[in-house]
Every structure is written in C-alpha cells, then in structure tokens.
Design a protein around this ligand. Structure first.
Ligand SMILES: [Zn+2]
Length: 65
C-alpha cells in the first residue's frame, strides 16, 4: 500500500467509520479514520489482514518507480 490509498476495513472504527486513508508506510502503517479524523498506527501485517478493499490507490513514491 502507498500513502494516499483509501481503504475500507473489515472491522469498523468505534466511531462507526470504515474508510481510512494511509498517511504513513513503514514497519507500521499509519492511517486516519475519514469519519472522525483519528490517527492510528497498525503493524503492517494486521493492517493487511484488516483491509476489505481499496477505494482509491495512491501513487507509489518516486524512489520505487
Ligand atoms: Zn473513526
């Protein structure tokens, strides 16, 4: 996944939101809940497991082209 990706998670946030935008990619994935704006860090593996589908794909960083 890349920064700017918007994903729908299998498990909704306590606020009821299911859509998240990826804001940080590393050992942990940083995502912001698009419903309440809360920022959360998830280990890459549990993030990958929790993704239901991609709603929007961000662009890969130039270093990966
Ligand atoms: Zn939320």
């Amino acid at each position: 996944m890349y920064i700017g990706d918007v994903v729908e998670m299998r498990k909704p946030h306590p606020c009821g939101g299911k859509q998240w935008e990826v804001v940080r990619v590393g050992a942990d994935i940083g995502v912001i809940c698009l419903t309440c704006g809360r920022r959360v860090l998830l280990p890459r593996r549990s993030f990958a497991r929790g993704v239901k589908r991609f709603l929007r794909r961000g662009a890969p960083p130039p270093s990966e082209l």
